[in-house]
Design a protein around this ligand. Structure first.
Ligand SMILES: [Zn+2]
Length: 214
């Protein structure tokens, strides 16, 4: 009965809010339509990033992905969350099978309060729902670091040193760190460092997009 009522609501929900492509606004079945998906700046999804077992970011941080990520982050266009999860679906298939927890790169609480959400957690949530993997909690950003964009690699490193802290144990074999964009990789690397130091044997990384490094 409850189930019938629930499915009735979801049918009604779909009729009232038919899904639209996050890029072109066309109504269709998926959160990104096939023509828009084909036009995106796809890269070889796997790339080398120390100290990650596997690092995956299937798109270049270039138009229209950069604009979409900015709208998502700074203009609260949360519909991009499922769209990005949809775009990550295929590349996520390249991740190792032994991953047993997911960690969305945390924001400092003050920034999260101001923004109202954590973009990395919005990307991680549908992935956890689909895979049944738990989200690792207990890692926090202990310092409010200035925005990374526009800083040199050296300054980024300095900026992020000891920015993350783990409370409690991380009793997992292989943790997947999720962020929206990987620029120099320093943010993910600092999160990985905390996990590896806590005894997690392996860490992998997943992001929507990456900035091509020379
Ligand atoms: Zn579209």
């Amino acid at each position: 009965m409850l189930q019938a009522a629930a499915s009735g609501w979801s049918v009604l929900g779909r009729a009232l809010w038919p899904p639209r492509c996050a890029f072109c606004g066309q109504q269709q079945l998926h959160p990104v339509c096939a023509p828009c998906r084909d036009d995106l700046p796809w890269l070889e999804p796997r790339f080398d990033l120390e100290p990650f077992a596997v690092a995956i970011a299937p798109l270049a941080y270039a138009f229209p992905v950069d604009a979409a990520i900015r709208r998502f982050k700074f203009h609260r266009r949360l519909a991009y969350g499922p769209a990005f999860a949809h775009l990550l679906r295929q590349a996520a298939g390249l991740l190792p099978d032994d991953i047993d927890a997911v960690l969305a790169v945390p924001l400092h609480w003050r920034r999260q309060a101001r923004r109202g959400f954590n973009q990395a957690a919005e990307i991680a949530r549908p992935i956890c729902r689909r895979t049944g993997l738990p989200q690792l909690t207990g890692v926090s950003r202990s310092r409010s670091t200035p925005y990374q964009s526009g800083l040199s690699a050296g300054r980024r490193r300095q900026n992020l040193r000891n920015a993350f802290r783990l409370r409690g144990a991380a009793d997992y074999r292989h943790v997947l760190v999720i962020d929206d964009v990987i620029t120099t990789g320093e943010t993910c690397r600092q999160v990985a460092k905390v996990l590896l130091e806590a005894g997690v044997p392996a860490v992998s990384a997943l992001a929507i997009a990456r900035v091509a490094q020379d």
